[in-house]
Write a protein that binds this ligand. Structure first.
Ligand code: GLN
Length: 265
């Protein structure tokens, strides 16, 4: 019996998954893993997994969604790993489990698995997060970033310019993140604070691993970013080029355009 705190995604029980019925594999199965949805999804970032699962299905693939909770074995198959935001206390709660799966996650990243880590999980995929109280939470070092908590928080709407076009979202973090030499940022700030309110960068990207402070959740209003992650995952899952379907993203386009024009005029 799954825990009542679990949430279903696309109507499927969260902690189990339903592989495709024989003959209905579509273009292939894509396994999504959402890490710590109970502890690390305080700003609705579970919506990213819901968005990805829906878009995977609309592109003609079969989404197989796993929720990973502390203490559980990590799913055997993972093509797309997602993590969301959390309070400092939530990050401390998942530290031990994250360390337990550190080698597996580093291996998945090195092998090209797609990953989207938002805010608190972005910080923990870096080298370390030192909280405002001075507690050091070691990170996985998959992204070469280091974060220091502050007394003041960086809160508000954000517009970035990125390789995936303008990206819109919302930030709420005390952490100031600095990029290591040679670490590529996810984007450049056009409106908002970004990594540290001083160097004009936001997030970080290494290979197919994207880290960002943007909540919203970030993916529904940024379909180009969502499809980039799905494309990387589809190629991992099938060994073939991504075969996207033509999707009607008019609602997302309007939401995106409204945010950009509201913030940039
Ligand atoms: N607790 C971290 C901070 O305050 C991350 C916050 C978040 O995930 N929104 O910076």
């Amino acid at each position: 019996m799954s825990d009542p705190r679990d949430v279903t995604i696309l109507g499927e029980p969260a902690t189990s998954h339903r592989p495709a019925d024989p003959g209905h594999e579509g273009k292939g199965e894509i396994h999504l893993v959402h890490m710590y949805p109970r502890e690390m999804s305080i700003y609705g970032d579970l919506g990213n997994t819901r968005c990805l699962a829906a878009r995977v299905r609309r592109h003609g693939y079969v989404p197989v969604v796993h929720q990973h909770h502390p203490g559980q074995p990590f799913p055997e198959t993972a093509h797309l790993v997602v993590g969301g935001g959390g309070q400092d206390s939530g990050q401390a709660k998942v530290e031990e489990d994250l360390e337990r799966h550190a080698d597996r996650l580093r291996g998945l990243a090195a092998d090209g698995a797609a990953m989207l880590m938002v805010c608190g999980m972005y910080q923990l995929f870096g080298n370390a997060f030192v909280t405002v109280e001075g507690q050091t939470l070691p990170g996985l070092g998959i992204l070469d970033v280091t974060t220091q908590g502050n007394a003041t928080r960086m809160i508000g709407p954000v517009v970035l310019s990125t390789d995936f076009g303008d990206v819109v979202g919302y930030e709420n973090h005390s952490g100031s993140t600095t990029l290591g030499a040679g670490q590529t940022p996810f984007g450049r700030v056009r409106h908002g604070s970004g990594n540290n309110r001083s160097d004009g960068t936001e997030g970080a990207v290494s290979g197919h691993v994207v880290g960002s402070y943007l909540h919203g959740p970030i993916l529904p209003a940024n379909p180009r970013l969502a499809d980039a992650l799905i494309g990387w995952a589809a190629e991992q899952a099938t060994g073939r080029d991504f075969q996207p379907a033509e999707l009607d993203d008019e609602v997302a386009r309007q939401a995106h355009a409204r945010q950009v024009s509201r913030l940039l005029g």
